[in-house]
Design a protein around this ligand. Structure first.
Ligand SMILES: [Zn+2]
Length: 341
């Protein structure tokens, strides 16, 4: 039985600014995304539940105290600057560290925001906190045994968020936060990230660990965000060496090679023999997605669902990307219908 968790508070985060190829554009990460996805699951007859408040503790097991302090207070501090704009947007970065942690909110924005895709408005903290609570609620459902499958309808997404840095529309790493919580009950977890972008934040958080096997199938970062991570040679370090597996695919990849890559990923996950599987469910590999990284059809997403249908252990789905296009709802419906309950 699949349950769905979602929270209305995501709407409080309503980013406006987005910079692409030197041009200012509206952000693709709009509240409307979650509304469409929630309506899709209701159309399937699934009920949607709101999360309990699990507090900051489980979030702080993934994210640093100074980063959480920044997320909570940055907007108010930014507003106290003379001539401040409506959103916190960095304009200077420490680049390759080491460097010293800055006191100024302008410096802290550059320290904690990898790029300009994470503008912060007055409701951003409450919105991203609600998304993390959605992920935590879904994890608790699996851990309690109440459900074998749970779908955390998180918005904004999280897989580009590092332990101390936002990026690519992501602030709190919902997938990592939920996985960390699952590890309290399940000794070994695997994460399969099918978002069109490499899950660089998730990879980084678990890069030196062997209790989480991180696998990502994504558009080749030689040509696509996040550029600096997601290459095949990134295999993990120290105790985590061999526990990170990246499968970059050419831009424009369609169903057949994408599914072949997912089969390779699932074969490796089977060898790891996890106690729980977390799927970072980006839908932005879709052919109709405005980001145009790949060309996956609704039938392709259905085939992904079929591959996961036989998974016998607990399964957590965490919503990542997937932007406003004509097939956003159909892709989720195709996937969930094929997955079955
Ligand atoms: Zn994405």
């Amino acid at each position: 039985m699949l349950e769905v968790i979602a929270a209305e508070e995501h709407r409080l985060h309503d980013p406006q600014f987005f910079l692409v190829r030197g041009q200012i554009r509206p952000s693709a990460e709009q509240p409307e995304r979650a509304r469409i996805l929630e309506r899709a699951v209701r159309d399937l007859g699934l009920s949607v539940r709101v999360p309990n408040d699990w507090g900051l503790g489980p979030i702080a097991s993934v994210h640093s105290p100074e980063y959480l302090d920044f997320l909570q207070h940055a907007w108010a501090q930014w507003q106290s600057l003379p001539g401040a704009g409506a959103e916190v947007i960095p304009n200077i970065h420490p680049q390759r560290r080491p460097a010293s942690y800055p006191r100024s909110i302008v410096g802290r924005a550059g320290w904690h925001q990898a790029d300009t895709a994470c503008p912060m408005g007055p409701g951003t903290w409450r919105g991203v906190l609600a998304a993390a609570q959605v992920a935590l609620e879904a994890a608790h459902s699996l851990a309690s045994g109440a459900y074998q499958r749970s779908y955390a309808l998180c918005r904004p997404p999280g897989h580009h968020a590092f332990s101390d840095m936002a990026g690519g529309f992501c602030f709190l790493n919902n997938t990592a936060i939920a996985t960390e919580q699952l590890l309290k009950l399940f000794p070994r977890a695997a994460i399969l990230d099918v978002d069109v972008h490499h899950g660089n934040g998730t990879q980084s958080i678990f890069y030196r660990r062997s209790d989480v096997f991180t696998v990502s199938v994504h558009a080749d970062p030689h040509d696509f965000y996040p550029f600096f991570w997601g290459h095949a040679q990134e295999r993990g370090e120290d105790a985590g060496e061999g526990f990170n597996f990246n499968i970059p695919l050419p831009l424009g990849t369609d169903d057949s090679p994408w599914l072949a890559a997912i089969d390779r990923a699932l074969d490796r996950i089977a060898l790891y023999a996890p106690d729980v599987l977390v799927v970072a469910l980006g839908l932005d590999a879709a052919r109709s997605d405005p980001l145009q990284g790949m060309r996956i059809s609704p039938e392709g997403f259905a085939a992904l669902g079929e591959r996961l249908r036989g998974w016998q252990k607990p399964l957590l789905l965490v919503q990542e990307g997937g932007y406003l296009g004509p097939e956003l709802a159909s892709n989720l419906k195709a996937f969930l219908s094929a997955l079955g309950d």
